[in-house]
Design a protein around this ligand. Structure first.
Ligand code: ANZ
Ligand code: ZN
Length: 860
């Protein structure tokens, strides 16, 4: 028996594809286009097998669509700016550029080992001036279009990385990469006006039908649109020098008569002002500043306040005064930084009121309760109901009440209906070297001056030192000194660089015209390819990257670059590849190859025979050492076997377990399939031989199975359900293996089956497919062979399962020919021993046949 030689075969076909430039594409209006891409990798070092799942899934889509006749764009590139390169520079004294380009070379050849159908002629690296020069131009265009501004603001400062973080990069009060508690600082920053598109970014989510529901929901929550009322409280006897009013934002204006207090943020001007003379308040403010800044941190923290001594007038009832508290749960940068608290209908307010002994007056009474007796104890009532204790609002429902309260405020000129968003503008300045320089100059006379376009790109200097903490561009001897483009006087360059999420916000557009040296991309080319039909990547990018890309596309549209609005029509968030973990007796993680698997499951350390404990099955990661090297797998089993396992067993959006037995099983299947096709039990007829007039029953049955599999796998690939496709192909392989080839027409059906298996498996195992295709006497690559089409007449199931009941009780289920005649169904049912036993001595009185479903026998 020949063993499939994966190593030689794969190298041969990869060379042939490369030679023939098989995957290089250009625009072709005679064919429908299909644009598929995976989130591009960060060149961090080496790929392990767990990294390859999304690339493999993307490759299946690309090859499948191409066989279906689409003009397929499937590009790859490198998200090449970012902190790890700088950290490597600091730790290993290697230049970030050198580190990055070396990693790109390594990882690029690793990807090539996998036989992925990329158009490598479009490869991009975002750290190249050829790439980022266009981003600098975009920034200048955004500036002109009013989509960029500079503002001094409190920023999230990562003390370890010495840089600003976007809100999205602060997770539970800590830097997303360093894990260090984030501090607040005041800094002048560049902002992109993502909020200008807040409504569109929410509303257009409904168009993204091929996105996972949960990602759309996450984006919607992130943008966080709330409709409500903004109104003004008058401060009673406002102290000299402090604001005389407090503006608040509420989404529940209907509950205004239930207001028990007014709460302001610790950073509110009134709190700041009063703390100058109130030491207790100053201490409270300091305590709030030390608390985490994220919403999650605030949500979890105990609700605390400090009474300012001030009161405000209730806007609808001048006889009522509400105390003003500074509270740790009121954020300065949401709404107006002040609220009114309604304890009966808001849990935070209730907790606060109980703690500080403030009144709790229900004003919304649920259906079926009585206004006079309804009370709120420890749980705020947030449901629907009728308004009570609320003067002119009494008797209205919640929504009517909101409208009426807003209308009254507007009449009184005291407030107006507004919409608030959680979304903040995107701060893009970073105090780092390894990023795209921000193309502006600071002139002592002219202020901020954009760099003229003909002076782009502003390139990073090569000769930098990482000896001091902070930004090497700041410390560089000459780079930052320049002349003002406007007045010519000595001036300094902006030393901040862009957040690296900038580069990933438009790379899908660059791919459409990757070697254009004048423009970021040609508009017509982008229009031809956009939108991306299928995007594949990790769920960790559900908010940041995907939202920024949606915004960027709109901003580019506003500047005339594209007409497209949504960058990604379809999105798949793939699951992780997981693997067992191992620890030695000292509690140290071990690599899988350091562990010996004994009989009965005992694990020992190969080095010294000591005992090893099996840990949890976790995401493959270097830190837990549960990684499988890509080269090892490819050398022993080949890329196709690895690809097959990455696609088997789990739906693509779920986690997939990599195991030794899994890879062995895939390898066995590869060999079985190879033998079935290349060592058939009988000589197969030549390609193109017409269908024989007669087929043995076994041949006919096999033929039906072939066409049903074609139909099923086509549909499964259409939905990227690769695991199901693998199962269907394995099943067909089994069925075809059962044919001994002796019956009429069986050789012909075996050939039809072999060709179907080749074409259907080609997107997943392309090298093997081409090898088998050639072995059958064909030429060319399978990816260029049209996708098989199932013969509809053959895909109809020819048998059905029929239930046989005796006196209403199920006694047997029988396989019968579809649309069998009633009499025949009846006869077959009565002949069944189980049925006969149930009837026993009785006489059959009546038989009711429901075609293709049931035979009901009445006997007594
Ligand atoms: C009074 C009220 C009564 C409220 C009630 C809720 C329930 P979303 O949906 O997130 O927009 N709020 C407003 N500004 C705030 C700030 N800067 N920091 C903390 N909380 C703030 O929530 C809006 C609600 O959150 C507002 O409606 C306000 O409390 C609070 F029964 O006003 B509400
Ligand atoms: Zn100047």
């Amino acid at each position: 028996m020949a063993r499939y030689n994966a190593r030689e075969t794969e190298a041969k076909w990869q060379a042939a594809w490369h030679e023939a430039r098989t995957f290089e594409v250009t625009e072709d209006t005679s064919r429908p286009k299909y644009y598929v891409m995976e989130m591009f990798p960060y060149p961090s070092g080496r790929l392990h097998i767990g990294h390859l799942r999304n690339y493999t899934l993307g490759d299946v889509v690309a090859r499948f669509r191409r066989s279906q006749g689409f003009n397929v764009l499937h590009p790859i590139g490198w998200d090449a700016f970012g902190l790890p390169a700088e950290n490597a520079a600091i730790q290993n004294k290697v230049h970030p550029a050198k580190w990055t380009y070396e990693n790109i070379a390594t990882m690029g050849s690793q990807l090539k080992l996998m036989g992925l159908s990329y158009d490598w002629s479009r490869e991009i690296a975002t750290c190249s001036p050829d790439y980022y020069r266009h981003e600098q131009k975009m920034f200048l265009d955004f500036l002109k279009a009013g989509l960029v501004y500079r503002k001094t603001s409190m920023v999230n400062w990562d003390p370890v990385e010495q840089t600003v973080l976007a809100n999205e990069q602060v997770i539970d009060g800590r830097g997303w990469r360093s894990g260090a508690p984030v501090e607040k600082r005041e800094l002048a920053q560049w902002f992109l006006k993502i909020t200008a598109f807040a409504d569109e970014l929410i509303d257009d989510l409904t168009q993204l039908e091929r996105w996972p529901e949960r990602v759309r929901l996450m984006q919607e929550n992130w943008i966080g649109r709330s409709e409500g009322l903004e109104f003004t409280f008058d401060v009673v006897d406002a102290p000299e020098g402090l604001p005389k009013t407090i503006d608040v934002f509420t989404t529940r204006p209907d509950t205004l008569f239930g207001a028990a207090f007014c709460a302001i943020s610790a950073d509110h001007p009134i709190a700041r002002g009063l703390s100058a003379t109130d030491a207790g308040l100053a201490a409270f403010r300091a305590e709030c500043a030390a608390m985490g800044t994220s919403e999650a941190a605030i949500e979890q923290a105990e609700k605390k306040g400090y009474f300012t001594g001030l009161y405000v007038n209730h806007p609808f009832d001048a006889s009522r005064k509400l105390p003003v508290w500074a509270a740790n749960f009121v954020l300065m940068d949401y709404g107006t930084g002040a609220i009114f608290g309604c304890p009966a209908h808001d849990q935070r307010d209730l907790d606060f009121a109980r703690k500080y002994d403030l009144p709790v007056v229900p004003v919304v009474v649920p259906e079926g309760s009585d206004a006079a007796s309804f009370t709120v104890a420890t749980e705020a009532y947030v449901g629907p109901g009728k308004l009570a204790n609320s003067e002119f609002l009494n008797g209205l429902g919640v929504d009517e009440g909101k409208r009426a309260a807003i209308a009254r405020m507007e009449e009184m000129n005291r407030g107006k209906g507004t919409i608030n968003y959680r979304l903040r503008d995107w701060g893009v300045s970073r105090q780092r070297y390894w990023g795209c320089p921000i193309p502006v100059v600071h002139c002592p006379d002219c202020g901020i001056v954009p760099v003229p376009e003909d002076q782009l790109p502003i390139e990073l200097p090569d000769n930098v030192s990482f000896d001091k903490p902070g930004n090497p561009l700041e410390h560089h001897a000459s780079w930052k000194h320049t002349n003002c483009p406007t007045c010519g006087k000595a001036a300094t360059r902006e030393t901040d660089t862009f957040d690296t999420f900038m580069e990933s916000s438009w790379y899908f557009l660059r791919y459409t015209d990757a070697s254009n040296d004048k423009l970021a991309f040609d508009k017509a080319k982008a229009e031809y390819w956009m939108p991306v039909d299928q995007y594949i990547g990790g769920i960790e990018h559900a908010v940041l990257h995907l939202l920024y890309s949606r915004f960027f596309t709109r901003a580019l549209r506003a500047c005339g670059y594209v007409d497209a609005t949504e960058p990604f029509a379809g999105l798949l968030t793939q699951g992780m590849v997981v693997h067992e973990t191992y620890k030695d007796s000292a509690g140290q993680w071990l690599y899988p190859e350091e562990v010996q698997h004994g009989d009965g499951g005992a694990l020992t350390k190969i080095a010294d025979g000591s005992a090893v404990t099996r840990g949890r099955i976790e995401k493959m990661s270097k830190s837990k050492k549960n990684v499988i090297g890509l080269e090892e797998v490819v050398t022993s089993y080949g890329a196709d076997t690895a690809r097959l396992l990455l696609l088997s067993d789990s739906p693509p959006d779920r986690d997939l377990e990599w195991s030794d037995s899994g890879i062995e099983g895939s390898w066995r299947y590869v060999n079985r399939l190879f033998r079935l096709v290349t060592e058939p039990v009988v000589v197969l007829p030549a390609a193109g031989t017409p269908v024989p007039a007669e087929l043995s029953p076994a041949a006919a049955k096999a033929r039906a199975a072939i066409h049903r599999t074609i139909a099923a796998v086509t549909q499964q690939f259409d939905q990227i359900q690769c695991n199901k496709a693998v199962a269907a192909l394995r099943e067909l392989t089994n069925q075809l293996s059962e044919l001994d080839g002796s019956g009429v027409g069986e050789a012909w059906v075996l050939r039809e089956g072999a060709e179907a298996l080749i074409k259907l498996s080609a997107p997943m195992m392309p090298h093997l497919a081409d090898e088998m295709w050639q072995a059958l006497g064909n030429s060319g690559f399978v990816v260029d062979v049209p996708w098989p089409v199932a013969d509809a007449a053959l895909t109809v199931e020819d048998s059905v399962t029929i239930a046989v009941q005796v006196n209403g009780k199920l006694r047997a289920t029988l396989e019968m020919a579809r649309d069998i005649a009633r009499e025949d169904a009846e006869k077959a049912a009565l002949a069944e021993p189980l049925v006969q036993r149930a009837i026993g001595e009785g006489t059959v009185r009546k038989v009711i046949v429901v075609p293709n479903k049931i035979v009901n026998i009445v006997a007594n």
